[in-house]
Design a protein around this ligand. Structure first.
Ligand code: SF4
Ligand code: SF4
Length: 171
């Protein structure tokens, strides 16, 4: 597995911080039928390096697989294997165990031209439409703040830094 500099306890603290916030003050899944959870096809979630440390791979709600970074679009520094997970019963899941990708969507972190980390609406090609992105909805201040705090911490890890850098191109 590719290496992570982030400790298990830090992952726990990051999850706890994001447990307290939501993008909007209502369940946005009721608007779109939880489109981001229910997307069909070969859709799943890549865990960030080390994120698996706080997951029980035997827990039944996720299907785990291991993928080689060479076969997919990862930064050059990502040499090795990564975990890819699929939810078995979407949109139901243990909320306190949702991966980072679910917790910080619909925002994504990018580096601006000045090198500062900033959050933008996810502009990657998605197999569904997110009403929050489509309408450029005003997101909860607490969500934006907690998400920025978390990403500022995560990009201290060299591999995560490189991932955000790669995603910043053209953003
Ligand atoms: S984040 Fe977007 S796609 Fe996901 S449930 Fe909310 S509105 Fe729907
Ligand atoms: S972990 Fe939960 S929030 Fe994330 S895609 Fe699966 S069902 Fe949706």
């Amino acid at each position: 597995m590719i290496k992570s500099t982030i400790r298990k306890n830090t992952w726990r603290a990051i999850y706890r911080l994001l447990d307290r916030v939501s993008p909007v003050p209502f369940d946005c899944g009721t608007v779109c039928g939880a489109a981001c959870c229910m997307a069909e096809g070969d859709v799943g979630i890549y865990l960030l390096p080390g994120e698996d440390k706080i997951h029980d791979k035997k827990a039944g709600w996720l299907e785990w697989s291991v993928q080689s970074t060479e076969e997919y679009d990862f930064p050059l520094s990502w040499q090795g294997k990564v975990y890819f997970v699929r939810c078995k019963t979407p949109p139901r899941c243990p909320r306190q165990l949702r991966p980072i990708q679910c917790r910080t969507f619909p925002l994504m972190p990018v580096f601006g031209e000045d090198g500062e980390l900033k959050l933008v609406y996810d502009n990657t090609k998605l197999p569904y439409s997110c009403p929050l992105i489509e309408s450029q909805a005003q997101l909860s201040e607490s969500f934006v703040k907690a998400t920025a705090t978390v990403w500022r911490h995560l990009v201290r890890d060299p591999l995560i830094h490189d991932l955000v850098k790669m995603n910043s191109i053209g953003s």
